[in-house]
Every structure is written in structure tokens, then in C-alpha cells.
Design a protein around this ligand. Structure first.
Ligand code: AHR
Length: 501
């Protein structure tokens, strides 16, 4: 029996809804086909956006969407994507598959997508190959509401009203595909570029994201924080957020590994590499703490998820992969880690939303399936804008090799906006069920209901069998006073909703 201690009296911080954010790049079939099919498509759409995909995403409550990249962002020239579609420039997407990018999805279309989803916007600017003027004018085009060359151009293109840009990324992976810069060089460019990311509306602050490290590049975090962090009482400094990118590659960056063909050993490797996220957050936070003692700068994990060898027979530049119960566990673990570090992690964006890497949705022509990862996000909605509660779970170590041993259970607990206590708990074992007794300090439990996602480790949905992995009502709880008892099955993600007396 494993004990889960919860202290509802100790609220540890606010869990921003944006921790469950998404990312959509001009990459493979994410934007084109996956989301945007154009007004003239036979696939039912509203202003070009697939109705089936938008409906599923709304059901899951996407809080924020990042666009247009990724590596694509530092090659994207936004003016190519405005105006009449027939005259928009065509270009080769050199990063991703060498296909023709016709720019039919641009700023107006992105804003329309976010309007349909009812989500916040996170636009990623171009530092690698773009100018300060270009970035400055893009912000003016999107957000200025008076008379100005860019506001007039926007109106001429059909949008009189400005949009909200909630988050703005000043470059992406500038240590790599975004210009191969050193931290000091980038940090100085950041200071310059961000100056012209103006807040034209006093009531709408644009949250500026500075390009942060890749994985454990602590030197980058140090170099960038040292040069860019500026704290002024009562004012926003140069930066509001620092990004972090970390993908789970079960077999390493070169070999990566198959999405569907893996054994127990690779399963535990994947779990262990996923749990590494917590160490990364702690170490980068420690460096940030040195400069930003008040935690004013958010750590923005704006790329995370599994990255396997792409599906056989697909364009290797499209990064299309299947998604199993293993991905469900990776999602559940990461989201629990982000919750537990919500004092620093203010947003996270899984890569990517549709048809790319750890997608929540896969499409094929007019067909669409929801992946196991989708169901996890659906279950974890309860934590959006909730308050993290103090919790601790007893665990034992499991796994097949010394190097890749992991705790059997992983959890986070919050007090939701609905006044209920939400427990999300993952069983990382491929074979063992575990009995859990949860003790909720000074609380009398009135009712409990639950939802579970469980199956064998390779289980996944296909276009032929779209419902193999799905959530079910969890009926296995008993409770009395402050105690809640249940058995969590092997390989599962469980959400319990507790009503207090
Ligand atoms: O998500 C795929 C790519 O991974 C992104 O374009 C890039 O930022 C990262 O290297």
C-alpha cells in the first residue's frame, strides 16, 4: 500500500492554464491538412479551419497556441503571409521536407484559428534572418489600434480591429537553427529586438519570451540571464519569460527509436528520460534565481514531448509519428512536473498539436483520430488555473536496469476553480497494479469520482480502430472521513475529483 499525503490547507501556487499550451509550426502536415484546409476544401471547414479538429481541440480547452515555429520562425517573413492569397509569395520550407510553402496560412489565419479555439496567442518572431524593423512592424500590424502604416495595412487586408498578442517569442533556438549564436551575442540582440516589441495598449501587456537553453545547457541560461535580466520595481524588465526545450528521445538524438515497436526496457528508458525534465527545471531555476530572486521571469517550456523515428513510409522531414499509452504516460508525468513547479513554469507547449511529434490529433484526408496524449490533456483540464496543493506520494523504484530505474507512481494535486480537489496520478509500471491510500489532512470527503486511461503499453488508436485507447469512468474508489482508497492499474493515468464536505 502506498500512501499519498495531501494538505489542502497549503496552497503552493497558481497553475497557469498555459501550462497545458500547444505548438503549431509550418512543419509537415501540422498546419496544412491538419488544421487548415482552405475555404474550398471538401473537408468541412469554417474559414478554412477543419471543423472536426477545431471541435476536438475546443473540447480539450487549448489555453494558448504558439506559431509559426520552431525553426521555421527564424526563416519566416510575415509580410509574405498577408494580402490576397493568389499573390502571396511561395517559398521552399528548407527546414522541413523541402516542400513548397504557399503562405496561405499567415497572421490573419492564425488569429482566426485562435478566435475559433478561444485561446491566447503566442507568436514567435524572427531574429535569425529577420530585421528589427520587420519584427517591430509585425507587432504594430497585429496590435496597434490607431492610425499607422501597419494598422492601415491590416485594415486594408480585412481586419480593422487589432488582435491580442499575449506572448511574443524573440527568436527560437538561436543557439542552433535560429542563427547558431553564442549566449552573449544572442542576449545583446535580444535586448535590442525586444525594445521594439512595443506595448501599444496600456491594458494589454505583451509577455516577452527570451530564447532559453536546449536541455542542460546551463551556460546558455547563465549567459543570457546575466546580460538580459533587468529588474525594476513595479516595471517589467527586458524579459518576462525564458524558454526551455527538452524532448524525450528514448534511444538518443541520433537513433531516436520507434513509436510503436519497443520493449519494457525502452519503456522504462522513456519514463526515466521524461522524469529528467524535473532536474532540468530545478537546475535552470537555480540559475535564474541568482538574478531573479522574486521569480518574476517565467520558465517557458515551449517545446517538449516524445520525438521518435518518423513513421515508415512518411517524409522524414514531416516528423509524423504514432502515439501509444507510452506517450500518455509521458504527457501525464510532464504535466504533473509542470504543476509542481508552477512557481517558475508559467507556460509549456507540447510539440506539436496535429500530425507532428507527440500530437494530440492525427489526420488522414477527411479522417481524424484522437491520440492517447489527447485524452491525458482532456483529463488534466481540471488543473487549468487551479491552485497547487501540497502533496507527497510514497513510491518504490521499478525498472529493468540500474540506469533506468524510476518511481512507480507520480502525481500532482490541485484545488480547482470548481472548488474540488483534483488528483492526477500515473502508474509507470507496465505490469503491476498498486494499492494507494490517500490521506487528505483535516478534510472530510463527501464524494469522489474518477476517470481513467489505461491499456497495454503499445495500445494506440488508428484510422481503422480509432477508439482502442479511450477514457473510462473509474469506479474503484472507497472513502471514509479523510481517507481515500483505490488501486491504480498498471500503465495508466488516473484523475480523481474529490468533493469536500
Ligand atoms: O518541433 C520541431 C523542432 O524542434 C522545432 O522546429 C525546433 O524549435 C526544435 O528543434
Amino acid at each position: 500500500m502506498f500512501k499519498l499525503y495531501i494538505n489542502p490547507a497549503n496552497q503552493k501556487g497558481h497553475i497557469n492554464a498555459e501550462i497545458q499550451g500547444h505548438f503549431s509550426e509550418h512543419l509537415g502536415r501540422c498546419i496544412y491538412e491538419g488544421i487548415y484546409v482552405g475555404e474550398n476544401s471538401d473537408i468541412p471547414n469554417t474559414n478554412g479551419m477543419r471543423n472536426d479538429v477545431v471541435a476536438a481541440l475546443k473540447e480539450m480547452h487549448v489555453p494558448v497556441l504558439r506559431w509559426p515555429g520552431g525553426c521555421f520562425a527564424d526563416e519566416y517573413h510575415w509580410m509574405d503571409g498577408i494580402g490576397p492569397k493568389e499573390t502571396r509569395k511561395k517559398m521552399i520550407n528548407t527546414h522541413w521536407g523541402g516542400v513548397v510553402e504557399d503562405n496561405s496560412f499567415g497572421t490573419h489565419e492564425f488569429m482566426e484559428l485562435c478566435r475559433q479555439l478561444g485561446c491566447k496567442t503566442y507568436v514567435n518572431g524572427n531574429v535569425g534572418s529577420g530585421t528589427v524593423q520587420e519584427m517591430s512592424e509585425w507587432v504594430e500590424y497585429m496590435t496597434f489600434e490607431g492610425v499607422s502604416p501597419m494598422a492601415d495595412l491590416r485594415a486594408a487586408n480585412g481586419s480593422k480591429e487589432p488582435w491580442n498578442v499575449d506572448y511574443f517569442g524573440v527568436g527560437n533556438e538561436n543557439w542552433g537553427c535560429g542563427g547558431n549564436m553564442t549566449p552573449e551575442y544572442y542576449a545583446n540582440l535580444y535586448r535590442r529586438y525586444q525594445t521594439y516589441v512595443r506595448n501599444y495598449r496600456s491594458d494589454k501587456h505583451i509577455f516577452k519570451v527570451c530564447c532559453g537553453p536546449n536541455i542542460d545547457d546551463y551556460g546558455w541560461t547563465e549567459g543570457v540571464m546575466k546580460t538580459t535580466f533587468r529588474c525594476e520595481e513595479g516595471q517589467h524588465g527586458f524579459m518576462d519569460g525564458l524558454s526551455l526545450h527538452y524532448y524525450t528521445h528514448p534511444e538518443g538524438w541520433i537513433k531516436k527509436g520507434s513509436a510503436l515497436d519497443f520493449d519494457d526496457k525502452v519503456w522504462y528508458k522513456t519514463m526515466s528520460k521524461t522524469l529528467y525534465m524535473e532536474e532540468l527545471i530545478k537546475h535552470h531555476t537555480a540559475i535564474m534565481d541568482h538574478y531573479d530572486k522574486k521569480h518574476e521571469v517565467g520558465l517557458i517550456v515551449d517545446e517538449w514531448g516524445t520525438w521518435y523515428t518518423c513513421e515508415p513510409g512518411t517524409n522524414p522531414g514531416f516528423l509524423y509519428q504514432q502515439n501509444t499509452m507510452r506517450d500518455a504516460l509521458v504527457a501525464g508525468i510532464n504535466l504533473n512536473i509542470f504543476n509542481k513547479h508552477c512557481d517558475r513554469v508559467k507556460m509549456a507547449n507540447i510539440a506539436q498539436m496535429v500530425n507532428v511529434l507527440q500530437a494530440v490529433i492525427l489526420t488522414e484526408g477527411e479522417k481524424m483520430i484522437l491520440t492517447p496524449t489527447y485524452h491525458v490533456f482532456h483529463m488534466y483540464q481540471c488543473h487549468q488555473d487551479a491552485e497547487l496543493l501540497e502533496s507527497y506520494i510514497e513510491t518504490e523504484t521499478i525498472g529493468l536496469e540500474d540506469e533506468y530505474q524510476v518511481p512507480n507512481l507520480n502525481e500532482s494535486v490541485s484545488l480547482g476553480k470548481d472548488g474540488k480537489i483534483h488528483i492526477t496520478i500515473n502508474n509507470l509500471s507496465v505490469e503491476k497494479d498498486y494499492e494507494v491510500e490517500s490521506i487528505l489532512a483535516d478534510t472530510k470527503i463527501e464524494a469522489v469520482c474518477g476517470t481513467i486511461l489505461t491499456n497495454e503499453m503499445h495500445a494506440h488508436n488508428t484510422f481503422e480502430n480509432p477508439n482502442v485507447v479511450h477514457t473510462e469512468k473509474f469506479e474503484g474508489c472507497t472513502f471514509k472521513d479523510d481517507r481515500l482508497n483505490f488501486t491504480i492499474p498498471a500503465c495508466s493515468v488516473l484523475h480523481l475529483e474529490v468533493t469536500k464536505k
